[in-house]
Design a protein. Sequence first.
Length: 544
Amino acid sequence: MAHVFIGGAWPYANGSLHLGRLASLLPGDVLARYYRSKGEDVLYVSGSDCHGTPVAVQAAQEGIAPGDFAGRYHQEFSECFKQLGFSYDLYTRTDQPQHHETVQDLFVKLLEQGYLYPKTVLQTYCEVDQRFLPDRYVEGICPVCGEHARGDQCDYCSTLLDPSDLKERTCKLCGTTPVERPTEHYYLALSKFQEELSHYADQARGWRDNAVQMTKRYLQEGLQDRAATRDLTWGVDVPLPDYAEKKIYVWIEAVSGYLSASKQWAAQTGRKWEPFWLEDEEDITAYYVHGKDNIPFHTLIWPAILLGVQGLHLPDHIVSCEYLTLEGRKFSTSRNWAVWVPDLLARYHPDSIRYFLIANGPENRDADFSWREFIYSHNGELLGAFGNFVQRTLAFINKSFDGKIPEGEIPDEWKETISALYQSSGKRIEAGRFKEAIEGVFSFVRQANKYFDDMKPWLQIKENKEVCGAVLYNCVQIIANLSNLLEPCIPFSCQKIRGFLSMTEPSWELEIIPAGREIRDLELLFERIDVARITEETERLRKE
């Protein structure tokens, strides 16, 4: 049995989830559900990133503790993921004692191995707010591409930055020009990993192309040492004397959450985390699922930490999505140009959301969410193709065969076709090609509908009930196997089908339902969405 680790990126707990963030996280659940159905040992973890100045500042504005402020969004995230069917083995938060202990342990090990060193640097300081400014709270012009950027990274050209690199710097809190003051920090010696990380990246076989290209660019430019501590008030304490006012830098800390969450899961379940992490363990496959903006932290910084502490398994698959736009424009939370996940879930079926993001999401290039495409996708594919095939087959059996699956024998060619679909879909999911996987299955759904139409059971029932029954028997076998094949993508509908056909847990191999089994509690999988909603939703978006 293989051990499959899946780490989903940690959403930042200072505001609601929007659809663009969800698009980058959903592949993790598809992977987890697929590997479990294959019978592999899966550990799927993530959590809310609860530290940092934005949380502290917004909490102070509301007069509440930072942990309480972050907790509000952590609870909202947890509920959204539950409603969407995310099957995390653990969804936790970074302000937990287990996380702090793991991060501090990694810090000490890196220090002992000589990969952390103190350095006095000039750091951006706001004289109005009387505080050192975290990187994200310094804004200015990127020295590489000339676009507006934050002090840690440029979203336009993906260059990793320090605030001192920016031109025309301003304080995000008050808008004034900050000064620079000397302060001592520990730095992660990324430059020492140049050769190892270059070899690691050259051997990568499970990375998306954007991760390959971006990582190659950083390595060609030469890795620069990065600050591992910051002058912050809210975060993980630096485990050293004389550093009481400093915290461990968020990107050292947040990526370490994959390991701390695994240890917390083990403590809570009595299982062992080591088979998913230790380098000398056999049959480990590690997936990391996130957005394009997080690539260097998963392909360079986290691998450097793992190499530095030694003995821990490096990422195998980097599933890094491109960007999702909204009605042709970039998501903007500050301008409220966004579709917020809690609002979307209040009005639409979770499988409709999941299906659209898998079939039309930003897998290998930027993609756009439009209300027109979303609603037509639901009505045309989920309802019109898949739901229609299930409903007309099982309703026909209810009406003409007393609700019991008629006698039949599925032809060998159908068995071969379905078995081949398991193989091809599985390979595509394992390779992170989810769009191809779901398109392949829906191509089969369309073939199944054509088979139903060509065989005309509504006429056969009058001429030869036995032949009609054999056709419907075949259709039931198709439905049963579709419920397995589509379960990683649209689990709620597939769970309903398993209820209709009294099936057990999903598997990833040909499944045959015996004749005579009674169809139970049949209901519609999907309802049609009125196309008038396209105008309503577009107007709602523009009003907000």
